[in-house]
Design a protein around this ligand. Structure first.
Ligand SMILES: C[S@@+](CC[C@H](N)C(=O)[O-])C[C@H]1O[C@@H](n2cnc3c(N)ncnc32)[C@H](O)[C@@H]1O
Length: 254
């Protein structure tokens, strides 16, 4: 599973913070779509669930909103407090049981969080409970089932593309998030899909060696052949070696 499921148990949690620092730079356009979908105005109370090191909280603060961050990780909540200062509350908590009263927020947001949750409907129900009638939901997430490799022997590339999504608890948010939102009481669910093109070297979030280990553990292909494929494939790295959909979801609260 991704190390973001339990950052505090990672061998090097600060490396995960560094990763978030780097990754956020390439997401500005999609983050702006999420901000537009939230319709952020000064004074609005916005919950950022899974706030990580506080990058989006900082943006919301600059826009004059009153954001609140929640994250399950002690390391991440400490980082977010350091980034955003004492006027932005950052609380440690988990997505399936959030420590706020009903309708406490004008909008709720997540970025690259829902993919890590074991119980998606429970988390979405919590976000619906916390959003006022007429409030908004926006989320920037990765649709891991769309993962494709365009380089390397296609037979192996296909096996890897099937295995990578298994490293995430919610690899199919494109199919599963809209019905979960509607079941929880959100309406007008919208999706904006953006296909990212990336080199293998840039896509550090995808641990292809872990995917290869999963394939080898099935006994379908010899580990040495997979390792040799990976060595060859990295030598063919290209700007569009990886294709992966990111989706901005948005919805209104009834
Ligand atoms: C990939 S990071 C994204 C952080 C931040 N949203 C960003 O975009 O920079 C995923 C975050 O979700 C948090 N997280 C994972 N499972 C969670 C849960 N069950 N409840 C709350 N936060 C969770 C992790 O601790 C981590 O900070």
């Amino acid at each position: 599973m991704s190390e973001f499921v339990d950052v505090d148990a990672s061998a090097d949690p600060l490396a995960l913070v560094d990763y978030l620092d780097r990754a956020t730079r390439g997401l500005a356009e999609l983050q702006q779509m999420a901000l537009n979908a939230l319709g952020v105005r000064p004074g609005q109370r916005i919950l950022d669930l899974g706030c990580g090191a506080g990058h989006f909280l900082e943006t919301l603060t600059v826009l004059g909103a009153q954001p609140v961050g929640v994250d399950v990780s002690s390391v991440m909540t400490t980082q977010a407090r350091q980034r955003c200062g004492p006027r932005t509350p950052v609380v440690r908590g988990t997505a399936s049981g959030l420590p706020f009263k009903d309708a406490a927020f004008d909008g709720c947001h997540t970025e690259r969080v829902l993919q890590h949750l074991s119980d998606l409907p429970a988390a979405v129900a919590e976000l619906a409970r916390l959003t006022i009638g007429g409030g908004r939901f926006a989320s920037l997430e990765t649709h891991w089932n769309s993962f494709r490799l365009t380089v390397g022997d296609p037979a192996f590339a296909g096996l890897v593309a099937e295995s990578v999504p298994a490293g995430f608890r919610q690899p199919d948010l494109r199919s599963n998030l809209p019905p979960a939102l509607e079941a929880a009481g959100f309406t007008s669910v919208r999706m904006r899909v953006d296909t990212m093109r990336s080199t293998l070297a840039d896509l550090t979030a995808v641990n292809i060696p872990k995917a290869l280990a999963r394939i080898a553990s099935t006994g379908a292909v010899d580990k040495r052949r997979l390792d040799s494929w990976w060595t060859d494939t990295q030598q063919q790295d290209a700007p569009d070696a990886v294709l992966l959909d990111r989706i901005v979801f948005s919805a209104d609260r009834n």
